[in-house]
Structure formats: C-alpha cells, structure tokens
Design a protein around this ligand. Structure first.
Ligand SMILES: *Cc1c(COP(=O)(O)O)cnc(C)c1O
Length: 397
C-alpha cells in the first residue's frame, strides 16, 4: 500500500507554514526543490504551442511562473487565508504592481500618513505623474478618513502597526468604511506578517508584503508579495508578467523556508520587544516609549484584539534632542545601526535624519517624528545584552 497524501484542508497555521505549497521532483527530496532556471523545455512543437496558448498548464518562462516561486506563493496564501498570492521582486514592486494593475488615470487613492517612506514617495511622486491623485490621512482619525473619500477614490492603503510610532489602525472599521465607498482596502502587513495578523480575515481586500523583512528574517534577500482573492491577484499577475518585477526563484526558496519558522521567530521578537519596551519605560533618560504592547499605548486594546502579539518594532524619545538621540545610538556596540528591520540582529536608527529625512520639518512634526526619537527593531539576542547596550548611552544623558 502506498502512503496516501495528506490533505491540508482544515490544518492549523503551524502545519500550513511547514507543509502548504509543495515543490518536489522525482528524486523525492524532503526539502523543497530550488528550480534555478529562466526557461523550460517542451517535448515537441505541439506541446510548446499548447503551453503558450494556455491550453496546457505548465511553465514557459520564469517571469511567468516558476515551481519554487509558486510553492512560496501557495504557502503564503494558505497562511494569510487568501485565495491566492503573487510574489514580486521586492515589497515596493508588490505595491507598485497593485497600483498599476488596479488604478487608472483620474483615480484617487487614500493613504495613511504613517506608511513606509518609499510608499509615500511612490504614490505622491510617481503615481501623480500618471494622473492618479493621492490624499494622506492621519491613520487613526476615522472622521478624517470618512471626510477624505471622493467620488473617484478607488483604493485605500494602510499599514498597521505604523512605522515608527506603532499607531494601530482598526482594519475591520477601515474595511467597512472603504467598502461603503466602493473602494478596495489594501493593508501592508510587513510588520506583523500572517503569524501575528491576518488582515483578509478582518475584511481587507488585499495584503501586501515586503518579504525582505520578517519572512526572510535574516536580512539576505529582497522580495515581496500580494495576497487576496484570485480575481484581483490575477489582474496584478498580468501586470507583473508584462512589466517583469517577478521574484527570483532563489529568493523564493529562502522565503519558503523562512515561513516555516516565522511564527516562532515573531513570537520571540515580540517577547523581546515587550521586555525592552517595559525596561525603557522605566529609564529616567527616556521621555516616552511607543509600543502597542504597553498598556498605556492608545492602541493597546485594539492591537490585543486584532494581533496575536505586538511585534518586534518599537520607538522611544530620549530626554533632549538630536544630539542626545545620536549619543545613545552611537554608544551601542551590539545593535546594528541600519534602517533595515525584521532581522535576527537588533537594529537601531534615528528616523528624523535617515528614513524620514526627506520629509520637511513640518511634515515630520505632523507625523510625530521628533529629533529625539529612536527606532528599535528588536532581534533575537539576549534581552539583557540589548538593554545593557542601550544603557551605556542612556546613563550618560
Ligand atoms: C521595507 C518595507 C517596504 C518595502 O519593501 P522592499 O522589500 O524594501 O521593497 C514596504 N512596506 C514596509 C512596511 C516596509 O517596512
């Protein structure tokens, strides 16, 4: 008797994370195969014609499809409870492809004011060039969202928790609002990943990811994805096939294996971040800590409801200004001074002069990016060591 294949219907997320999305060859390898190929060979001209016309399923060219990339897409879709997912060459490529596929000249986009800096740039500088208007809204001001809809609004874009102040947006509420105006809600789920938050189950229409962050989790590869219902993702796939921002099979293989440990890592990042946040809160040189895991955070209850844990990113204001913030950052010996996040290694950065440096002082002020603000993406080191590393600079203030 041959061992029957296990169906995954009804399986839990931990099972899906290691078993959904298969990619095996006749060799019977246990770990998913890496198909490092740009094109595929056909047995005869008849088969080539049938593949090209779509009559016969199968691969033609890796800008169109690749078995390793497909396995990553299937696994991520299963974890997000999405009908379908499409991989892209980066997180920005996922956002660009979504906009290019679903918007046209004359359309209007509503976007949270607190999103990744490059997203702001893409929407305001480049989409405007193609006749798509954008309005930025304070993420937790629901009256402002309601007031900002126009007859031509097609898409609402939000990130929660936001970067770097960890504002928490009510996904269900914003989905209801968006749908009442016939708009699609797109949620950038990069900070939480499906391990902590599943926006589609809360009413969002599409989820976008930068897999570069926690899905890889070790800072090796660039990648992104869009997940949602198949009608929408098929339109986005059409753009990707024409424009070319497809995911490299090698990167897909790294991300596919990353998904297997994602939940364990996200829980450890969250546990460490909470400990560091609580400790920072007690430091006399710290003015304020922004982390939804703290009960004093205005989004704490909502985050506890819509997320499984509070994630790895936090920020804090030191007493003083830029020079005090720089002193704390420059006194660290273990933490990496880099703008990246979602890595096993903790990272520290001064948003006002790096990630948010291109904003005008007024825009920074409005977004709460003060000169004494430090962002920390807590990694997987011993919490004691992270605290001691921060203590060195803080104790000198
Ligand atoms: C990094 C990031 C992106 C962009 O992703 P890339 O993979 O760098 O293109 C988008 N959104 C958020 C929230 C990010 O942190």
């Amino acid at each position: 008797m041959t061992k029957p294949e296990q169906p995954l219907t009804g399986a839990g997320m931990d099972t899906l994370a290691v078993r959904a999305g298969t990619c095996t060859t006749v060799e019977g390898e246990h770990s998913e195969a890496l198909f490092l190929t740009s094109s595929y060979v056909f047995r005869d001209s008849k088969e080539a014609a049938a593949r090209f016309s779509g009559e016969q399923p199968g691969n033609v060219y890796s800008r169109y499809s690749n078995p390793t990339v497909r396995a990553f897409e299937e696994r991520l879709a299963a974890m997000e409870e999405a009908e379908s997912a499409i991989a892209t060459s980066s997180g920005m490529a996922a956002i660009l492809s979504t906009c290019m596929a679903l918007l046209q000249v004359g359309d209007h986009v509503l976007c949270s004011r607190s999103v990744f800096g490059t997203t702001t740039m893409l929407l305001s500088k480049y989409l405007q060039k193609f006749g798509v208007a954008v309005t930025f809204v304070a993420p937790t001001d629901y009256d402002a969202w309601e007031a900002a809809f126009q007859l031509n609004t097609r898409l609402v874009f939000v990130e929660t928790p936001s970067n770097p102040l960890c504002e928490i947006v009510d996904i269900q509420r914003l989905a209801t609002l968006s749908h009442a105006h016939d708009c699609l809600l797109v949620v950038d789920n990069c900070f939480c990943t499906p391990a902590l938050q599943r926006p589609l189950t809360l009413g969002a229409d599409l989820v976008v990811h930068s897999a570069t962050k926690y899905i890889d989790g070790k800072g090796r590869c660039l990648g992104g994805a869009v997940a949602g219902n198949k009608t929408l993702t098929d339109e986005i796939l059409g753009f990707i096939r024409s424009a070319g921002p497809s995911m490299s099979p090698f990167n897909a293989w790294v991300f596919l294996k990353g998904l297997e440990t994602l939940r364990l890592r996200m829980e450890a990042h969250s546990r460490n971040a909470l400990e560091v946040a609580q400790w920072l809160n007690d430091q006399p040189a710290v003015e304020k800590v922004f982390y939804a895991g703290l009960e004093t955070h205005p989004g704490h209850e909502l985050a506890a409801k819509q997320q499984r844990a509070f994630g790895g990113v936090l920020s804090f204001r030191v007493k003083g200004g830029q020079s005090e913030a720089w002193q704390v950052i420059d006194s660290t010996q273990i933490l990496s001074l880099t703008a990246n996040l979602g890595d096993a290694k903790s990272t520290i950065v001064h948003p006002a002069t790096t990630t948010h440096g291109r904003l005008s002082p007024e825009q920074r002020h409005e977004a709460g990016i003060t000169d004494n603000l430090i962002r920390l993406a807590v990694g997987l080191e011993d919490v004691n060591d992270i605290q001691q590393d921060l203590q060195r600079g803080l104790s000198r203030l």
